[in-house]
Design a protein around this ligand. Structure first.
Ligand code: GDP
Ligand code: IMO
Ligand code: MG
Length: 429
């Protein structure tokens, strides 16, 4: 019986939340291991819509949930998200949610810096969520971060706080901003500490115990492989490793704890924010995909860019992340098209490429080479079995499997929890 890591195989928003919620029914624990509240995971259960950014999606079913050390945590956001969910009738208590005491905190000046840099970047802006994710990870790697465990010792922060603030004061001065008000920061932290600390725990111990008892652990990734700091479309990426390997390090487990890697991929492609996107359709097709797929960002409300499925990028994501099987989502959005296209290779300055090059100028210059297939006029929306899919939709799925050299394990046919086709059970592997 495998543990399962769910990761985005494209540029995020593939439908990870829906799939994690669906799988959480059979999981004993759900663990977030990277990213922060830049994520926006939508769960639709009947009439109820839940939008989670920081909390693991398992919390909605009441599955014990963990925020691992690889996550950067904005304590004020945590409070507002917990309160919002409680308002929707979801029980969030220290019994159902545990937060690694080693999580670095996102502080108000991280948010400021994220926005100041974006505003100063003109055409080069990354299009971040402006939530301070990048600056918080910088301080983690720079060994300056304040962490969840420090909230219990706020009067002893002394030299640690001095070092952190000195770094930020210099950066802020460059933007003409006043230095960090340390007394106000400590007061704000004291104010929020009482909310956060009851959830804080050495979660690696709970995970080790769960593992030794043979419990099923579901790891929930945020963002997607193409936004990975190493493997994505650098520099237009997020500041964490989004690949499945991070599930272990970002939760405090060894690599053998991760069994089945379920890569979530839309049946087409979207991207929010700047950066290259070879199969982008800045035309009527893109508009149609965006309208039918309701492609607006969960976190920022920005319109997502839309295009055809890119099998070259998906094959690459599957390879660098060790994807065992794909959950193909939003196939219903393609219903009614006369023709569907899949990118099968790139042309770069006259040469053919079967992978995505690393250099940013090359990434921007590649021209996609497409294969087209007839579409289907029947509806796939709401299908819950393979037999309900039109023949042409099945051919499309089979062709994707061939091109990306990876089998499809699940197909999702609507935002609703149960409109899901199970082809191969990830937990059974
Ligand atoms: P995540 O960030 O990967 O969790 O994805 P988001 O929640 O940001 O975006 C996915 C959107 O697609 C959400 O609004 C989901 O409710 C919706 N969705 C998920 N699966 C399907 C599907 O199979 N069909 C359709 N039409 N919508 C879906
Ligand atoms: P989920 O988990 C889609 C994008 C931002 C920007 C880049 C860097 O919902 O799939 P950041 O704020 O992380 O420094 O922004 O990454 N981005 C996402 N795009 N889905 C997400 O999360 C994203 N999280 C960050 O738009 O281009
Ligand atoms: Mg999202």
């Amino acid at each position: 019986m495998a543990n399962v890591a769910v990761i985005g195989a494209q540029w995020g928003d593939e439908g990870k939340g829906k799939i994690v919620d669906w799988l959480a029914e059979r999981a004993d624990m759900v663990v977030r291991f990277q990213g922060g509240h830049n994520a926006g995971h939508t769960l639709v259960v009947g009439e109820n819509v839940y939008k989670l950014s920081l909390l693991p999606s398992g919390i909605v079913r009441g599955t014990p949930s963990v925020i691992g050390n690889g996550v950067v945590l904005d304590p004020w956001h945590l409070k507002s998200e917990v309160e919002k969910l409680r308002g929707q009738g979801v029980d969030v208590t220290p019994a159902t949610l545990k937060i690694a005491d080693t999580c670095p905190l996102i502080l108000p000046f991280h948010r400021d810096l994220d926005a100041l840099r974006e505003d100063a970047s003109g055409a080069g802006k990354i299009g971040t969520t402006r939530r301070g994710i990048g600056p918080a990870y910088e301080d983690k790697v720079g060994r300056r971060a304040i962490r969840v465990c420090d909230l219990a010792h706020l009067d002893d922060l002394g030299p640690q706080l001095d070092r952190l603030c000195a770094h930020h004061d210099a950066l802020r001065a460059g933007f003409g901003e006043p230095p960090v008000d340390r007394a106000a920061l400590v007061a704000e932290l004291k104010d929020i500490a009482g909310f956060v600390l009851p959830f804080a725990a050495p979660v690696w111990r709970d995970l080790a115990e769960a593992r030794s008892r043979g419990r099923r652990i579901l790891f929930e990734g945020a963002q997607g492989v193409l936004l990975d700091i190493d493997h994505g479309t650098y520099p237009f990426v997020t500041s964490s490793n989004t690949v499945a390997g991070t599930a272990a390090a970002g939760s405090g487990m060894g690599p053998s704890a991760v069994g089945f890697v379920l890569g979530i991929a839309k049946a087409y492609t979207t991207r929010v924010g700047s950066g290259p996107f070879p199969t982008e359709q800045d035309n009527a097709i893109g508009e149609r995909l965006g309208t039918r797929g309701h492609e607006f960002g969960t976190v920022t409300g920005r319109k997502r860019r839309c295009g055809w499925l890119d099998a070259v990028l998906l094959r690459q994501s599957a390879a660098v992340s060790g994807i065992t099987g794909i959950a193909l989502t939003k196939i219903d959005v393609l219903d009614g098209l006369d023709e569907v296209a899949i990118c099968t290779g790139y042309r770069l300055r006259g040469e053919m490429l079967d992978y995505y090059p690393a250099n940013a100028a090359d990434q921007a210059a590649v021209e996609p080479v497409y294969e087209t297939m007839p579409g289907w006029q029947e509806t796939t929306a709401g299908a819950r079995s393979w037999a309900e899919l039109p023949a042409q939709a099945i051919k499309y799925i089979r062709r994707i499997e061939e091109l990306i050299q990876c089998p499809v394990a699940l197909v999702s046919t609507s935002p609703q929890r149960d409109d899901t086709i199970l082809v191969r059970d990830p937990f059974a592997d």
